[in-house]
Design a protein around this ligand. Sequence first.
Ligand code: HEM
Length: 402
Amino acid sequence: MGDLPEKIDLSDVGLFAHGIPHEIFRHLRGESPIYWNEEACGSGFWALTRYADVLAVGRDPETFSSERRGIMIFDESFETSGRERMMIEMDPPRHTRLRTLINRGMTPRRVLDLEGFARRSFEGVLDRSLELGRCDFVNDVATLLPLQIIAELVGIPQADRPLLGALADRVQGFEDPELGGGDGENTDAIRQMSAYALDLARDRRRKPKDDIATAILQADLDGESMSDEAFAAFFLLLITGGIETTKAAISGGMLALTEHPDQWAALRRDPDALPGAIEEMIRWVTPIHHFRRTATRDTVISGQPIQEDDKVVIWYSSANRDESVFDDPFRFDITRTPNEHLSFGFGRHFCLGANLARLEIRVAFEALLARGVEVERCGEIDHLLSSFTNSLKRMPVEMRAT
Ligand code: HEM
């Protein structure tokens, strides 16, 4: 591991070029767990790297707001952006009402109904990759299932799915020059997605279907239903929050297994260990590095005074390796118990898609295990350049059924 920079700046995307900067986080957890991070362009933020502090913030949405200036490190002004807030950017009571409304449409039955579809989709993906033999695990294997599942859930026609997948990639690549990051591609992609969602909402109001889009648009909460604009914001959240994250978990999980062949062998010997292995993959990868909150009043976290309006950034990718919570946190162990990782967040904003994400990862690995697929790395991996999403862009592999 390399030397620590003289002044740590977690908003410097270069620190994430090779994945989670563990050495820096380990240092911060030990020396400065509530670290004031100056920013080149911005007011600076508190970086929280210990599990207990991340949890304390997640538990207290009244003091640590998602609504005041958004959940990204950079400030967002909803008054001027022209974009409707997503539920992830709301506080109670507004957030609670919307979450209740969405839960009425996104029932567990609808999620479970997707399992058969997920299996068929992934079998097709696997057939093609095995035929190729040598392929890119990220783009040929891990990407398609999360895209197809979200699209199927919402009710997006098959013909439109590749376009939405490409738009989702551009949104996630907001810091990566290879994906158009930094030159407005990102805002343009968000605009195109919102326009698509508005059309979809109008269409379902005219011609209701048996899909989640219709169910959510028709859901009623004390006489109140969802506007087309609010639907478009939710759509944006599903596409941006549900695809890249799950793809990151599947590909990063596979990477971890190839780097720990004893664990891959153990899983192949005992496929019943898969549920535990899935949680360990999700902890290990931590597909979302952080979210941001804004203090709504002067307060104190673990002895550190925080002022009203200060930005507070909670680093899940550090909390998940906190040595005071996880026994030997740098050991990848598919039998780890307990494994109370924070990859899906905590509290009122706990990931709405956690069970769906688990289902997708399970379907993918069950198929790989059932067909005895060998996966061998045969080239350099490439990380998405992002301080927000811990994802891979490429992972060349050789795949064969045994
Ligand atoms: C492994 C995959 C995934 C990871 C690691 C992940 C991570 C997260 C995290 C950390 C949050 C909390 C945000 C906060 O505290 O501000 C969250 C919220 C959310 N996620 Fe996920 N997510 C994943 C998959 C999905 C999928 C598949 C969907 C779509 C079905 C989804 C939809 C959402 C939504 C709608 C919220 C907002 C909930 C709210 O504000 O109440 N996520 N996710």
